[in-house]
Ligand binder design. Structure first.
Ligand SMILES: [Zn+2]
Ligand SMILES: [Zn+2]
Length: 251
């Protein structure tokens, strides 16, 4: 399995999971044009992409869904509630419904969607199984619930949210309501929360953690990665970026 963060951060998210013949994307939160440029930059043949999975309605996850799914002539997999919550101009035209907690198949991918706490109508994360490997895409998570811990423990590789450093957020320039939103338990995971999840629930198959959805204001790549220093020997820990696709990782 090959995986890559095409874009990751509060300005846009898109995650690639695939092999030579089949692939899926999780979210499409940049313009379709930008996403295609980044996919090409990693030599991904877009005709292998079979579907876009949608986690929730925030525009950093949905901005390019309608246009990209039309251009590639592929469906978006989405819950009905999330579909209705997406801004009309971004709603995909070709859709397949899914229910949180009920797995579904796309080619040789088996997709397990699970609910998470986040300030969206029906926010889901995904664990994707393919060729015996388990890939987690776990961003935009407010609280480390048992379901998140369980799904994490099954994974070989995870895109794991490491959104903010608490001190930087508390002392930073964000307005009070936004700080409260992020810290509320329906916002995002801090570096420390992400670390404690990895430290406590990393399973026997876990090899690779890609620190994802870093805040541009309340975190730095150096801060996030330094939080994971103690796990560096145990796992391969890498950063994703808002500015560019990551390298392609083989799992
Ligand atoms: Zn987001
Ligand atoms: Zn969100």
């Amino acid at each position: 399995m090959n995986i890559c963060a095409i874009a990751s951060g509060s300005n846009g998210n898109c995650y690639y999971i695939g092999d030579e013949s089949e692939a899926i994307l999780v979210d499409a939160g940049l313009s379709a044009r930008q996403l295609r440029l980044r996919l090409e930059s990693r030599e991904i043949n877009t005709s292998t992409i079979k579907a876009i999975l949608v986690t929730h309605e925030h525009s950093d996850h949905c901005r390019g869904i309608r246009v990209l799914s039309n251009q590639l002539q592929i469906p978006a997999y989405i819950t009905k509630k999330t579909f209705l919550a997406i801004h009309k101009k971004n709603r995909p035209e070709k859709v397949r419904w899914f229910e949180p907690g009920e797995y579904f198949n796309i080619g040789s991918f088996k997709v397990f969607p699970f609910l998470k706490l986040h300030d969206a109508v029906e926010a889901c994360s995904f664990r994707v199984e393919c060729h015996g490997k388990q890939i987690g895409v776990m961003t935009d998570i407010g609280t480390l619930e048992e379901s998140v811990q369980h799904e994490f423990s099954l994974c070989n590789a995870v895109f794991l949210e490491s959104n903010y450093e608490e001190k930087m957020l508390r002392e930073g320039s964000y307005p009070y309501f936004l700080k409260e939103r992020i810290l509320s338990g329906h916002g995002h995971l801090s570096n420390l929360q992400a670390y404690s999840l990895a430290e406590t629930f990393g399973g026997k198959n876990l090899k690779l953690i890609l620190l994802s959805h870093l805040s541009g204001e309340n975190n730095t790549p150096e801060t996030a990665i330094s939080r994971f220093k103690l796990l560096q020997g145990k796992y391969h820990i890498c950063l994703t970026s808002r500015h560019d696709a990551t390298e392609m990782f083989t799992v």
